[in-house]
Write a protein that binds this ligand. Structure first.
Ligand code: ADP
Ligand code: MG
Length: 297
């Protein structure tokens, strides 16, 4: 074989081959396959449109490459986000933007927006939301959970009953260790509606095992309609309750919502319900907990 023909395939200093037009043509035919192999699905699917647009904008090669990469990055981020949202199991979509702070004057908007930055998740701190039914606890849990997911943290939403039911069942089946590991895994575990039903002491102890497993590892965002002073009753055991609170409150932000149910607000406005005596900070619908000072431990 003459030397000159071998030369075409000789790698250049950049590692690329100095290809002839025919060779380039072959590469173009193989482009789809190469993009698949590199898992650049967005570029592969939108290639014609992206290239046309790049030509229309008269992008140079480097600009065009950056632009194609940006399309791929955006698509991958979108997929990650939608996957992480699915895994998180939020019961519905709620956002911080959709939260009317005027409707709940006992909440400091600055504090919630600060929580929205998710620094507490980065630090492995906990957030405890306390307040009567309908004041927006689940709304805020979902909204803060979505913020965390959007920032790349893993999150999982569950109710206290679902969580404890799963732990009790796992214990009966001899798979407790696996379950605890599963609930310990997400960076943020959201536990909704603690306190609606009192727990058996054995269930309280399982809950303690979970909290201590997550302690100083990942964040817990928990909501309850009962003030922490009543958690003895919730957990059915004073010692277990104290141990849970000790760990939960160690690095925590406690947000206490005192106010009327948002759900009943419209009905109340239309005259279906009489306003609560004493205004929004009084005891009201569904047994409002007594005031607990908002604190940052
Ligand atoms: P809780 O969990 O405290 O019982 P929810 O978060 O379930 O209350 O709130 C009940 C309904 O009212 C939800 O649909 C929620 O989105 C809405 N809601 C509550 N508070 C507000 C608020 N301040 N602004 C907007 N929507 C609210
Ligand atoms: Mg709720």
């Amino acid at each position: 074989m003459p030397r000159s023909t071998q030369k075409t395939a000789a790698p250049s200093r950049s590692g690329m081959t100095a290809a002839e037009p025919a060779e380039i043509q072959r590469l173009v035919e193989d482009l789809d396959g190469m993009l698949s192999r590199l898992r650049l699905g967005a570029i592969r699917e939108q290639l014609d449109g992206l290239l046309e647009e790049a030509a229309r904008r008269q992008l140079n090669l480097r600009e065009a490459l950056a632009w194609l990469c940006a399309a791929e990055v955006a698509s991958k981020e979108q997929r990650r986000l939608s996957m992480a949202m699915t895994i998180a199991h939020f019961p519905f979509v709620r956002t911080l933007e959709g939260f009317e702070f005027e409707a709940q004057p006992s909440i400091d908007p600055g504090k919630i927006r600060d929580l929205g930055t998710c620094r507490w998740v980065a630090n492995g701190d906990n957030v405890v939301l306390l307040g009567p039914p309908g004041v927006g606890k689940t709304h805020l849990e979902v909204a803060l959970g979505r913020e965390a997911v959007a920032r790349g943290y893993t999150a999982q939403f569950t109710t206290a009953m679902e969580l404890i039911g799963a732990l009790v069942k796992a214990q009966q089946q001899g798979t407790l260790e696996m379950r605890l590991a599963q609930y310990a895994k997400p960076k943020l575990l959201i536990i909704d509606e603690l306190g609606y039903l009192p727990l058996e002491p054995a269930a309280g102890h399982l809950f303690f095992q979970l909290i201590s497993r997550r302690y100083e590892q990942g964040s817990v965002l928990i909501s309850s309609n009962r003030p922490v002073e009543e958690w003895d009753e919730v957990f059915g055991d004073q010692v277990v309750a104290a141990a849970i609170l000790d760990r939960l409150l160690h690095h925590s932000h406690v947000v206490t919502i005192r106010g009327d149910s948002y759900r009943l607000r419209e009905k109340r406005r239309s005259g279906l319900f009489r306003p609560q005596a004493g205004g929004s900070s009084s005891a009201g619908i569904g047994g409002v907990p007594p005031p607990i000072p908002a604190e940052e431990a």
